[in-house]
Ligand binder design. Structure first.
Ligand code: SF4
Length: 277
């Protein structure tokens, strides 16, 4: 999920068709919609997030150059989107950056997606099922373009930046792991253990995830400095909330309770997708 995606077998429409294109779990007409005008974000917050992303990109670029020069494999490439239907967690500071660039139409699609996420959070019996339903029913990120590329690559969240696969894209797609028999899972585990760059348990390139830690730290710091609190949660829910003047006014006053009440009014509050500290 490095934003440009990888060269998956089959096109985006084929893959979306295979998983039902994230069919809504509830008719959207049954859900409350955002009516408030768009919020103008704090430029200091946006600048801090952009700066943290730029530092990460530089460090990750250096790592990738050395890693591939030493024979390490990276299977992520333009046009691949195999992991763009994973749940994504981010900070409200990052969500504010995404919200700041979305067109009204994009914001509507993100909000629609957020409401599917909410329904999943309220009904999934456990975390495994939450992830599975997210991939199969909530579906692909609404910022994924028809060509399989990220349409908001420049502001994509940290998780979209630090997820790189050392295995071909099929291993990132939903159902691949679940569809393996015991013998295939043993082969997979053995192959992961001997593949450079993995943590020995999954096929993702571990150092790139570890290198993004300073981004999380900087986001936490800027939220504390500007708002006196930290807010973390689901990508699409927080992006929708970051555009709400009432929610963000409460956040900027450092009033966690008032922010939760505003999220509740919008039907976007649930501990799985919105968390304050
Ligand atoms: S923002 Fe959406 S489309 Fe872009 S890389 Fe992340 S999940 Fe994929």
């Amino acid at each position: 999920m490095n934003g440009a995606g990888r060269a998956c077998e089959g096109g985006v429409n084929e893959l979306k068709a295979n998983v039902g294109d994230g069919a809504p779990l509830l008719p959207c007409s049954m859900l409350p919609q955002m009516t408030a005008p768009h919020f103008t974000p704090d430029p200091a917050v946006l600048q801090a997030v952009r700066g943290a992303y730029a530092r990460y990109e530089k460090a990750a670029g250096r790592f990738l150059t050395d890693f591939t020069a030493q024979g390490g494999a990276v299977h992520c490439a333009a046009g691949c989107f195999g992991c763009c239907n994973m749940p994504i967690r981010l900070s409200l500071a990052e969500a504010a950056l995404v919200a700041s660039v979305l067109s009204p139409e994009e914001a509507r699609r993100v909000e629609k997606h957020a409401r599917k996420v909410l329904h999943n959070a309220r009904t999934a019996p456990n975390e495994d099922e939450y992830v599975k339903r997210h991939r199969l029913k909530v579906g692909y990120c609404p910022l994924l373009g028809p060509d399989g590329a990220c349409t908001r690559y420049e502001v994509r969240p940290t998780r979209c930046r630090d997820t790189f696969s050392a295995f071909p894209a099929v291993y990132c797609q939903e159902g691949t792991w679940e569809g393996m028999n015991a013998h295939e899972k043993r082969d997979y585990a053995r192959e992961v253990r001997r593949t450079p760059g993995t943590d020995g348990e999954t096929h993702f390139i571990a150092p790139l995830e570890e290198m993004s830690e300073p981004v999380w730290t900087r986001c936490a710091q800027i939220m504390r400095q500007r708002w006196g609190l930290e807010a973390w949660g689901d990508f699409w829910v927080l992006t929708t909330l970051a555009a709400s003047p009432a929610f963000m006014a409460a956040v900027e006053r450092g009033e966690r309770g008032a922010a939760i009440r505003e999220a509740r009014k919008l039907g976007l509050d649930h501990e799985t997708v919105l968390e304050f500290s």
